[in-house]
Design a protein around this ligand. Structure first.
Ligand code: C2E
Ligand code: CA
Ligand code: CA
Ligand code: CA
Length: 277
């Protein structure tokens, strides 16, 4: 290899080589997966804290086969930089809407939430494609919730307001995900057409151990309630965390304490067991 300078040369470590190689093979795999059956949605139950019943599901993307244990935290960024996030996001929306329609036919009433990456959120075609998918699948948009992270919104609040306003015009619900980590200004928060705040897991998971996390959690719940938003706690892993959120006025909850994300068939079973309790 040609040596153009010591600092350049140092970047090419075996570790970096491995990472680039892996990213490239993940990229190739993602390309294949979209057209074949290499992708799967898992569904994590969302619980209403008023009655303890399941009222929703968050769809979480999984790769099947060779990259089975690679989580979306790893492969979504690769999809973004490979220009695949638009198609991946469409696949998720179609799949989730079809599943919801099927569940509704079986008498399962609930909302379904999908995650939208910051890049996908700002793509020109995003709203039009979503609108088509809703029409094509026969999805009732009032039961569809779009999760966008706080940091994606705060990147450019003016643009975000425009996009969110168009989203709301489709009749869907909008949730601000990972809330509490993205340095929102309070004034911009009031200008956003939102339905829900999802308190970031990093606070919820430390509720029992860490007073600062309790303080932040309470502040977020208070903020959400005063803006008349639903407040949703995620990452609930213990009964104590659940009781704490309940007591402090949180509306909805999600976490391993209730259930991990499940395959569609497992979710169906879980749902019925819950309602029969
Ligand atoms: P997120 O949207 O914050 O999703 C919640 C993550 O926390 C999920 O991880 C879920 O399995 C995990 N989780 C839920 N309850 C608990 C708990 O009690 N304890 C712990 N330790 N973890 C819990 P997952 O499925 O690995 O997804 C990671 C992230 O990848 C998601 O974070 C989301 O940002 C992104 N993601 C997942 N699916 C999609 C997708 O279809 N599209 C896009 N753009 N992003 C996705
Ligand atoms: Ca989410
Ligand atoms: Ca989250
Ligand atoms: Ca996250």
């Amino acid at each position: 290899a040609k040596q153009t300078g010591r600092s350049n040369y140092q970047f090419y470590t075996p570790e970096l080589d491995r990472r680039i190689e892996q990213a490239l093979s993940v990229e190739a795999r993602l390309r294949d997966a979209i057209g074949s059956d290499g992708l799967e949605l898992h569904y994590q139950p969302v619980i209403d804290l008023k009655n303890g019943k399941v009222v929703g599901a968050e769809a979480l993307l999984r790769l099947t086969g060779a990259f089975l244990d690679m989580g979306p935290d790893r492969f979504i960024p690769i999809a973004e930089s490979a220009g695949l996030i638009g198609r991946l996001g469409e696949w998720v929306a179609i799949q989730a809407c079809q599943q919801h329609v099927q569940w509704l036919r079986q008498g399962m009433t609930m909302t379904i939430a999908i995650n939208v990456s910051p890049l996908q959120f700002r793509q020109r075609s995003f709203i039009d494609r979503l609108s088509e998918i809703i029409a094509d699948t026969g999805m009732d948009p009032r039961h569809l919730e779009i999760e966008v992270t706080e940091s994606a919104i705060m990147e450019n609040v003016e643009d975000a307001v425009r996009i969110l306003t168009r989203l709301k015009a489709l009749g869907v619900k909008v949730a601000l995900d990972d809330f509490g980590t993205g340095y929102s200004s309070l004034s911009s928060l009031t200008s956003l057409p939102l339905d829900k705040l999802k308190v970031d897991q990093s606070f919820v998971r430390r509720i029992e151990r860490d007073e600062a996390s309790r303080t932040v959690t309470e502040a977020i719940i208070g903020l959400g309630r005063s803006l008349r938003l639903n407040v949703h706690g995620e990452g609930i892993e213990s009964e104590d965390a659940l009781l704490y959120l309940e007591e402090h006025g949180c509306n909805q909850a999600q976490g391993y304490w209730f259930s991990k994300p499940l395959r569609a068939a497992e979710f169906t079973r879980w749902y019925h067991e819950q309602w029969e309790k």
